[in-house]
Design a protein around this ligand. Sequence first.
Ligand code: 9G3
Length: 567
Amino acid sequence: MKQSKLFIPTTKEIPADAEALSHQMMLRAGYIKQISAGTYAYLPLAWKVVQNIQNVIREEMEKIDAVEMMVPAVIPSDLWKKSGRYNTYGDTLFKLNDRHNREFILGPTHEETMTYIVKDLLNSYKKLPITLYQLQDKFRDEDRPRYGLLRGREFLMKDAYTFASSNEQLDQSFNDMEQAYRNIFDRCGLNYQVILGDAGAMGGSDSKEFSAPAEIGEDTIVYSKNGEYAANIEMATSKFIDNSFEDIKELKEVATPNIKTISEVSNYLGYPETKLIKSMAFIADEEPIMVLIRGDYEVNDVKLKNYLDADNLREATEEEIVSKFNSVPGFIGPIGTKVRILADLTVESMNNSVVGANKIDAHYENANVNRDFSVSSFSDFRIVKAGELTEDGKNKLEFTKGIEIGHIFKLGTKYSDSLNAKFLDENGRQQSLLMGCFGIGISRLLSAICEQSADKNGLVWNKEITPYDVHVIPVNTKDDTQVKLAEQVSTAIENLKMSVLIDDRKERAGVKFAESDLIGLPIRVTVGKKASEGIVEIKVRATGDTYEVNKEEAAKKVQELFLNDVK
Ligand code: 9G3
């Protein structure tokens, strides 16, 4: 391909609002162009990479008998009203009306659509299991789209859906998909961890997340160095050790004038934060709930939401703390409270604790569960801390940041129940279809690959997904010898089944080399001054290794390097 015919709007300046390395480099290398907040055009080189990634995905889906199809992006809202998700996702759902004023949404994911399609068709166990997938843009009106393709409002996803007649079939599909994802991410040259993920909102049970370690990642991954434990912090658990037993003391009210936060109370009364109980006020689907946790921990919203199976969970406002908790912000506590009280396991073994007195400028000392207040149930509601031990006490927990590039779920019958998608089992009984759903964020995957592989000079592609295999650069396009030799070498390389981008533009050498480093093709062949001696230079982008070879052996050397030195 002649570079003069392509469209690669490279630029030197780094846009002010591009913080992520991948975002900066994809802009500078002319791979993407922002159209609006969170929506991007894939320019020719990026689109080639995306298609290469999609072909890797197709090959791996083929191996596990998953079948590609395509559904509309414009979906009637009433499908989402039936599943109950129309309200759950509120503002994040893109909504639109057609000319007859009928309501639609732009699909953010397609559990409902797929269930609607197979319902009444996959009506016998003989037709199950089946896994359908698509490679399609998804729409999510994110509040804060950012980091380029990492968090977009229109983005490419591979979304797959399994319909099965038994848990064994669903497990098989889930395991097949996990292996397929490992193969896909390995072939994309990515390093990643498979971690315990939150299945909460999806109504299912198990879920596994594929997380690519990256500073810019929005996920916090909790893991043990020996690799035995890895979980999204939303789900992570730790061993809780408590040995603070004392004799029960008399409850005592103490004046704490304008002393509100945990650290203020701790300092003012001279107690460590581990002797304080933090009382959090939440509204879960309109119900006021108080959650108690030891002063040195934070409540984990995801664990709480999953425990309550709530659609909407939020912290109460100061006004609600007065009106619904009959308390005073900063002095809220469990004693005398009428709302349901849940408590983290850390509270179960505490005694003689400090709690808010539910009135201005006052706290209690020596508060004890059961004597002074009752808890309706104890559960793990805490956010684990780095340095804590894994539940088996054998390993220390470390934290790192990661980019969620894939997530696989076992859904159960949440969607088939709500859309009445049933099949006849081998005993002639009607059952709801068992479902699994599996996603790869393809746009996000592109960013994650760039985050992990780009260097200060630009992008660096591996051989599986590079837009072109070899970059041939005639340094001086006015020099016939160089131009002819560049064409000869390009043809010889193409004859060895490698794709070539030839930089036939009338640009200065410095510009050509800098842009070649930016767009990141794995191998570069420079045809410069030594062309007259029939010598060309070959450079491996990832390592910088450089070789001078005769023109006759150039193509062979490129092939050898491409096969052996390029990842
Ligand atoms: C929405 C909106 C945002 C969403 C969802 C729904 C995430 C939503 C979870 C999934 C689960 C799986 C199939 C492919 C793999 C992931 N964000 N999720 O359901 F309406 Cl606005 O998408 N779906």
